[in-house]
Design a protein around this ligand. Structure first.
Ligand code: ZN
Length: 234
């Protein structure tokens, strides 16, 4: 009889425990939206801001893939979706950095609206389209009020540097070449950005150190160009 009593208490105790857990879960429900979907909310908010500020006349759906092991984002040519992996989120210090990645992928999606022949072109000239997506992406993010320096900050932070980038060995150009092209583009088109506080960012500073030779050559070239122009003006 005692054994039965112990068994009864154990079973009853477990049931009671289960009830308590259920009640706790229900009481947590009002916080559901605080605990779930926060990263999605942020990604969709910044994405919608870019799409609307640019008055894009094409649909670009944005997805967040919760795989936290992949540090990347991509654009689907047939579906035009922009997918961003959870794993990349910790690498963003602010909305501007997230805006660059979204804008870059959106630029690919906009090109993908060109149809299957364009897709073949995009695959065969993938490096050219990467540079293009970087620069169009910068235009898109600036129009939405984001600082383009963030493009260099975040790309320098997590994008790898391949050994070579010619022919079919890689689909993407070397990140250092992409960073330099973005810098040159910002210098010419958005010079105000070079006077913002974001240039103090450690990852931007690191870019300036690692690309010192190329940046100096570009600045020298710009100086010569402007002095030549001044002479012509006189
Ligand atoms: Zn790309």
């Amino acid at each position: 009889m005692k054994k039965f009593l112990v068994l009864f208490i154990l079973l009853f105790g477990l049931t009671a425990q289960a009830d308590v857990m259920e009640v706790e879960q229900i009481s947590d429900m009002p916080h559901f939206w605080e605990q779930n979907g926060r990263p999605e909310q942020k990604v969709l908010e910044v994405g919608a801001k870019i799409i609307n500020a640019n008055k894009l006349d094409k649909r670009i759906p944005i997805n967040l893939d919760r795989n936290s092991k992949i540090i990347n984002a991509f654009s689907s040519m047939p579906r035009k979706t922009v997918t961003i992996y959870y794993g990349i989120l910790p690498y963003f210090d602010n909305d501007d950095e997230l805006a660059y990645v979204l804008s870059h992928e959106m630029a690919h999606s906009l090109d993908a609206y060109g149809g299957p022949f364009k897709w073949i072109k995009m695959v065969y000239n993938s490096k050219e389209y990467e540079f293009k997506a970087d620069l169009i992406g910068i235009d898109l993010m600036v129009k939405a009020g984001y600082n383009p320096i963030a493009a260099i900050c975040t790309a320098n932070k997590w994008m790898g540097e391949s050994y070579w980038d010619f022919w079919i060995f890689t689909t993407h150009p070397k990140t250092s070449r992409r960073l330099l092209k973005m810098y040159e583009y910002i210098y010419v088109k958005y010079p105000w950005a070079l006077k913002t506080d974001m240039v103090k960012n450690l990852n931007y500073q690191n870019f300036l150190y690692s690309s010192q030779k190329e940046v100096n050559a570009f600045l020298q070239h710009q100086k010569e160009r402007s002095s030549k122009q001044k002479t012509e003006d006189i």
